[in-house]
Design a protein around this ligand. Structure first.
Ligand SMILES: Cc1cc2nc3c(=O)[nH]c(=O)nc-3n(C[C@H](O)[C@H](O)[C@H](O)COP(=O)(O)OP(=O)(O)OC[C@H]3O[C@@H](n4cnc5c(N)ncnc54)[C@H](O)[C@@H]3O)c2cc1C
Length: 311
């Protein structure tokens, strides 16, 4: 826990993040998790995943956009991504963050852009997924998701197992028959709203998996199990079998470059796998959260930086 907190704290220090950002792509350590900085690079990486039978969700890295002009640019990028997926016949969708779509500019402004993206996706017979960010945004993200799902019926939402509120949030969302990406949660949250211990988060992840699978058996949820934890994957498969939920009524989601062995294993066992592929030049905060999840990842960053010093 201490290492995680320390890395999340470092991720707010520009002197650290700038140094990592300058060297990450050059030294290669960032490439393990980030498929590339340009659309061409990422689509090349995705084509081979798709040939193997995976689907993809494309995320253009960046968060906390504070001007209308910048949010409109992000909007155009996402529409372009949807059109590229369509033109290249790649199976998949896009994942968006509302803070990137101008939530700080205004709720209405952001909701309007989210509606337009979902509508364009609908025209192309595609879906969109909305990431869940820090707890300051949970309520507004749920509200905007509900509005978009009511209007276009092609949106999915991430729900975080570390938050105490998530069971009730799922009850609220169930009438909309949504796809829900269940994740443990990647931000630093206080103990009055979130479980702090890994064992407690894991236990809640299992409870919410059961809640989602029960919904899948009734036809009201499409569960997407977003975890690299083999215990969570095994639990989800056991619950699906117990509740007679067929394998095409749920999926696993994992991040590009992480636990490729587990990705292969669940895929070989007949489960659909969607890979969340992040790309873009603004990758540092996202990369730091991946380091915080697994401080052992810091070693390959350090090794890479030390190797450069020696050279
Ligand atoms: C598809 C997807 C989408 C996500 N979307 C969101 C979102 O919208 N909002 C949000 O808050 N969080 C999101 N997350 C992140 C999530 O909340 C967790 O922080 C992250 O997935 C780590 O938790 P875990 O379930 O993989 O298991 P953990 O218990 O953290 O780890 C289990 C095992 O997985 C492996 N592992 C986990 N992380 C790493 C890593 N970084 N590098 C190498 N190995 C690793 C290790 O073997 C580890 O022992 C998403 C995760 C996924 C997979």
């Amino acid at each position: 826990m201490l290492a995680r907190d320390f890395i999340l704290w470092l991720s707010t220090k520009p002197s650290v993040t700038n140094m990592i950002a300058r060297r990450g792509m050059k030294n290669g350590f960032a490439r393990r998790f980030i498929a590339g900085e340009t659309l061409e690079e990422v689509l090349t990486a995705c084509a081979s995943l798709c040939t193997e039978g995976r689907t993809i969700s494309l995320n253009h890295l960046g968060e906390n956009v504070s001007t209308e002009a910048a949010a409109n640019k992000v909007f155009e990028t996402y529409v372009h991504l949807l059109e590229q997926l369509h033109d290249r016949k790649l199976p998949g969708n896009i994942s968006i963050k509302l803070t990137q779509l101008g939530l700080a500019v205004g709720r209405e402004f952001c909701e309007n852009l989210a509606h337009q993206i979902a509508r364009r996706a609908h025209e192309l017979h595609r879906t969109i997924e909305i990431d869940m960010e820090g707890s300051a945004y949970t309520d507004v993200t749920l509200d905007i998701f509900e509005a978009v799902q009511r209007a276009s019926a092609n949106a999915a939402l991430a729900i975080q197992a570390y938050l105490y509120r998530s069971e009730n949030d799922l009850k609220r969302l169930e009438p909309l028959r949504p796809k829900i990406r269940l994740v443990k949660g990647a931000y630093r949250e206080p103990k009055n709203i979130a479980f702090q211990e890994k064992s407690a988060v894991d236990a809640n992840f299992k409870r919410l998996t059961t809640q989602l699978m029960e919904g899948a058996a009734r036809g009201t949820f499409f569960p997407a199990i977003g975890s690299h934890d083999p215990a969570m994957a095994a639990y989800a498969q056991a619950e699906a079998a117990r509740l007679h939920v067929p394998q095409d009524k749920y999926e696993f989601q994992m991040l590009y470059g992480i636990r490729r062995d587990l990705q292969d294993q669940v895929f070989r066992e007949g489960n659909p796998v969607q890979v969340y592929v992040s790309f873009g030049t603004d990758w540092c905060p996202w990369f730091m959260r991946r380091l915080a999840e697994r401080p052992a990842n810091c070693w390959f960053v350090l090794r890479s930086l030390l190797a450069e010093r020696k050279a």
